[in-house]
Design a protein around this ligand. Sequence first.
Ligand code: BGC
Length: 756
Amino acid sequence: MIIFGSFGCKPQIETKNTLLQKEIAQKVDSVLGLMHLEEKIGQMVQYSAGWDLTGPPSSESAQNKIDQIKKGLVGSVLNVVSVKEVREAQKLVMENSRLKIPMIFAFDVIHGLKTMFPIPLGESASWDLELIEKTASIAAKEAAAAGLNWTFAPMIDVSRDARWGRIMEGAGEDPYLNSVIGVARIQGFQGDDLSHENTIAACAKHLAGYGFAEAGREYSTVNVGEFELHNTILPPFKAAAKAGVATFMNSFNDIDGIPATGHKELQRTILKEGWNWNGFIVSDWGSIGEMVGHGFAKDKKHAAEIALNAGSDMDMQSYSYERNLKTLLQENKVSLAHIDAAVKRILTVKFQLGLFDDPYKYCDEEREKNNIYTKEHLAIARDAARKSIVLLKNEHAILPVSKNVKSIAVIGPFADNKDSPLANWRAKATYNSAVSLLEGVQAKVGKNTKVYYEKGVELTIPTVKPGENQFMFPLQMNTKDRSGISKAVAIAKKAEIVFLAIGEDAYQTGEGRSQTKIGFAGLQSELLEAVYKVNKNIVLVLSNGRPMDISRANTILPGILVTWQLGSASGNGIADVLFGDYNPSGKLPVSFPRNVGQEPLYYNQKNTGRPSNDVHVTYAGYTDSKKAALYPFGFGLSYTHFSYNHLKVDRETMSSEDKITLSVVVKNIGNVAGEEVVQLYIRDLVASVIRPVKELKGFQKLLIKAGHSKTVSFVIDKELLQFYTINKKWEVETGEFHLFVGGSSATKLKQKITVE
Ligand code: BGC
């Protein structure tokens, strides 16, 4: 049996874990036996404290919160960060409450605490699981050093609409990629032992469907059928449960009319019973109370009843449990068994974290001083930055640029921007602390190279003071001030090459940042056209948190690099790629559309009864745009080229219990060493529930020297071929499958196999 829980599920340590689990279960039972009803309900309450409110500000006074904590009536707080503050808050409960049950301290550590790594979507473009686990482990180490013991990450929502602002927080449009990356992040945060001083509890979010919000509209309704839910949305959550993630977070959206927070089938039937997962579920911010807004609960009392019965264990910041569970129990609307079970789950995680042994174990000033924003962490941030970059276009080998080039013009609102690369969800990053592109370029070139810089246009007009938290507030775009364009044109005229740094501000993506347009906002297109008139030798260095509409730039510019928001070491990472110190190896985790009208756009679509036809109109597609993406999922160039040959299988038929080995020879046919992400896709040709035209099922990232080849093998088995069938079970159906291998989802290299 696999043991779920905070210790991961590595079979070799199962026995030790089983003993630990038993020991913890006994301790949890004995603590529970001492608790009054109010204290039990208190464990199910989470308050936001500190200054980083991430939702509608609460009306509760700070004093009221302190009083409740002192009485031991709060199980957790979020947004209290730093050893000093965490210690003070923990003291309130440890020095005043009857039972002295330590609180658990949570924070959104999404892509780093102070050392910022690339946004999750960008880092996913590295397809480098070791790297991703490493950056999560550093984020955990920094968070743990700042007194924290729980992060609300990773987000593993499969998302397919570029308009949705939160697309930046996940691993993109594919269920398999979200699963393996989610698991790597969980392992990075939690390690093998949650009680270790450098590890913290992770939170798989948001269960479920948030990434399918209608038209990419934030917080909106989700309409997916049962098969889409099981085959596309849930696999990353199942993988997270299996990997032993300590907590789950539910979601703001409804699915087919049932709010996820009140969704019993999702939380109780599938997650807790079906997957036998034993951590606890926290609501999203206020999402229990928001069931009133949805029109699903008549008031917060009713909402509390629905949420607990559906399996939500902890109420983040809606006060619905705190104020109503006692009465609901007296009225027999909820059961003591459900309350006890929720409290047990919460106490279990606290024991696993070691908080009962030492409530202040994450409060160590020495660690806080020495373990945050270190040189070592920044070096890994640089490596993560360059590995996340995707080269989309490189005509006439415009890149890499020689370090002895005579002159470079670095132009655009992101050219010398030291703040936007820190991205949204920037935790405790220092304002303006990233290495800008200009700084990265200047550090790279020799003294004979002249580097010119002009911003050209401001993208935004400030709506908050410099350094103030923009999280809650809208941006205002500059649509009038063109005064800098002529200066940009002047330097473009004299430069051999232009690095044009345009794209999106950090706060155009993230929570509450859905957009109907995904092109260059403000005056950036005017800047592009003006510069292009005087110099055609332009590399677009795109800043972005989502797939953008870059069609016009793609038509006219010879070079395009997707650089997302890359974090603290951004400019150095980009310069490594621009000048060839690192050969780009990133591959898109999301399709780049031709225009916003193609959204939602994803490679793993179904075929329809009328696949496209170039001659007639009566086929699936559009009359004013091609159906295919501008750049598909899995795409990314290198400074070298790879060929794929000798695709073969060891046999062409198998039973559902057998295995087939597929192999292919990948050769580096260029002049420099490079890394290639070799991708495996399948198509199940005829099925009881129609299957996508391609589904990613595996990948390997390999470094191959110039002129050398490597043979890559994939094992095709039941695990890989199964899906949630018409029988409502995960099964392999007999029949023909196509196996595709290549360097992107557009690969046509295929092999047929049959399952008998
Ligand atoms: C977001 C969550 C986040 C929480 C706490 C919510 O608004 O949806 O993803 O973890 O706030 O900050």
